[in-house]
Design a protein around this ligand. Structure first.
Ligand code: UTP
Length: 277
C-alpha cells in the first residue's frame, strides 16, 4: 500500500499572471474548491494519507488551506454555512500534511528530489495539481487505478494520454512496448519534442508513482531541456536499468495550467459534479 504522495507546487504559474502575482495558481478555484484540493482528494482516495508539498516563496496560502482557521470556524459555527467546510475539515482531520521548500526553480526532477525527506525511502505518488483528472461515476480515480497497477508490477508508473501530434512539444512523450491494452513498457522518453522528433503521441500527464531509487538517479541526472533537472531524464535511466510503465488511464484530464484547460475544467465540474451534488 502506498501511503505517501508528493505535490510539487513551487512553480510560478506565469501563464496565469496577473492572477498568480500574489496567489498560488493551485489555490485558484475550480467552481468552489481550490485546484489543489481536487488533487489531494484523489491521492487520499488511493490510500495516500501522507501528503507532502514541495512549495516555494509566495505559497503560504496552500499551507493555510490545509490547516484549521479558528476565527472562521468560530464565526460560522452553527450557521448553514458550516457545511461548506465539511470536505476540507474531513481532509485535515484524517490526513497528514507536511511542507518543504524548493529554494530555486530547477525543474520538476529537482522539486521531487527536494521532497525526499517528506516521503522517505518508500514508493510514493506524485500529483501535479494543475492537471485535474475526472472519471465517470463508479470508476476508480486515476491515482487509485495507478496504485492498483503498482501493487501488481512494483515499478515506477507514469500516466499517459494520446495528444494531437502537433502538441507533443508541451509534454514528455514516450515510446513503449505494448504489454496489454493501455499499458506500455517504456523504451524511450523525450521531453517536449518537436512533432517531427516525437517517438509517439503518448504524452505523460501529471500523475506518477515512483519507486524510491529514483532519488539517487535524480541526484546523478544533469540538467536537460531548458536547463532544468527533468524527471523524464531520470525515468529514462530507471527504464534502462529495469522497468518503467506507462499507463493510459481511464478518465479525462484538464490542463488547468493553461487558461483554456482551466475554463474547460470549470465548465465540466460545474455541469457534471457541482450541479449534481
Ligand atoms: P509547469 O512548468 O507546468 O508549471 O510545471 P509552472 O512553472 O507553475 O507554470 P507556468 O508555466 O509558469 O505557467 C509543472 C509542475 O511542476 C512544478 C510546478 O509547480 C507545476 O505543478 N514545478 C516545476 C516545481 O514544483 N518546481 C520546478 O522547479 C518546476
Amino acid at each position: 500500500m502506498i501511503k505517501n504522495c508528493l505535490f510539487p507546487v513551487a512553480g510560478y504559474g506565469t501563464r496565469f499572471l496577473p492572477a498568480t502575482k500574489a496567489m498560488p495558481k493551485e489555490i485558484l478555484p475550480v467552481v468552489n474548491k481550490p485546484l489543489v484540493q481536487y488533487g489531494v482528494e484523489e491521492a487520499v482516495a488511493a490510500g495516500m494519507h501522507n501528503i507532502g508539498f514541495v512549495t516555494g516563496r509566495g505559497k503560504r496560502a496552500i499551507e493555510d488551506h490545509f490547516d484549521i482557521s479558528y476565527e472562521l470556524e468560530h464565526q460560522i459555527q452553527g450557521s448553514g454555512k458550516e457545511d461548506l467546510l465539511t470536505s476540507i475539515r474531513h481532509l485535515i482531520e484524517n490526513n497528514q500534511f507536511s511542507f518543504t521548500r524548493q529554494r530555486e526553480m530547477k525543474g520538476l526532477g529537482h522539486a521531487i528530489l527536494t521532497g525526499r525527506n517528506l516521503v522517505g525511502e518508500n514508493p510514493f505518488g506524485v500529483v501535479l495539481a494543475d492537471d485535474l483528472c475526472v472519471v465517470d461515476p463508479g470508476e476508480d480515480e486515476v491515482m487509485t487505478q495507478m496504485a492498483k497497477l503498482y501493487n501488481q508490477f512494483r515499478c515506477s508508473i507514469v500516466a499517459i494520454q494520446e495528444v494531437p501530434p502537433e502538441e507533443t512539444n508541451k509534454y514528455g512523450v514516450i515510446a513503449g512496448e505494448c504489454m496489454k491494452e493501455g499499458l506500455y513498457r517504456i523504451t524511450d522518453m523525450v521531453e517536449k519534442p518537436d512533432p517531427k522528433d516525437a517517438p509517439s503521441n503518448l504524452a505523460i500527464i501529471g500523475r506518477y508513482i515512483l519507486t524510491p531509487d529514483i532519488f539517487d538517479i535524480i541526484e546523478n541526472t544533469p540538467p536537460g531541456k531548458n536547463g532544468e533537472v527533468q524527471i523524464t531524464d531520470a525515468l529514462m535511466t530507471q527504464a534502462r536499468n529495469g522497468c518503467v510503465l506507462a499507463y493510459k488511464f481511464k478518465g479525462k484530464r484538464f490542463d488547468c495550467g493553461s487558461i483554456d484547460g482551466f475554463v474547460e475544467a470549470t465548465n465540466h465540474v460545474y455541469e457534471n459534479i457541482y450541479k449534481k451534488s
